[in-house]
Design a protein. Structure first.
Length: 118
């Protein structure tokens, strides 16, 4: 099974941040604050990180796919509407298209489930 911090398998859907529109909420991202309120087995999920992006005038958010449980609470929290939910495999593909290149190496990618190819 894939390695996930909270789940025994990958979630059915994942959150994706379009980093071309993310402003990081001036260093206090609403999505990350909401994500930290979600708990699984007594631990905060904290699947969204704020990262310095040299290509962007702002810090931007990145969903750590090995932590995201697919709850979707981050979507309505984003004032810029840059977070969307997608089925797992589709999310991995979309994430690659809307993430700043330098940050794709910063976020730990979620491993592919056994028997599935990207």
């Amino acid at each position: 099974m894939p390695e996930h911090k909270f789940l025994n398998t990958h979630p059915r859907r994942l959150a994706v941040v379009n980093q071309n529109g993310c402003s990081g909420c001036s260093g206090s991202p609403a999505c990350a604050s909401i994500c930290e309120t979600v708990t699984v087995r007594g631990a905060a999920v904290d699947a969204i990180r704020l990262l310095n992006a040299p290509e962007s005038p702002f810090y931007v958010c990145l969903v750590e796919t090995h932590k995201c449980i697919g709850c979707g609470r981050c979507v309505p929290a984003c004032p810029w509407k840059t977070i969307t939910m997608h089925p797992y495999q589709e999310a991995l593909q979309i994430r690659a298209m809307v993430s700043l290149p330098i940050l794709m190496t910063s976020g730990r990618p979620h491993p592919q489930p056994e028997g599935e190819k990207s």
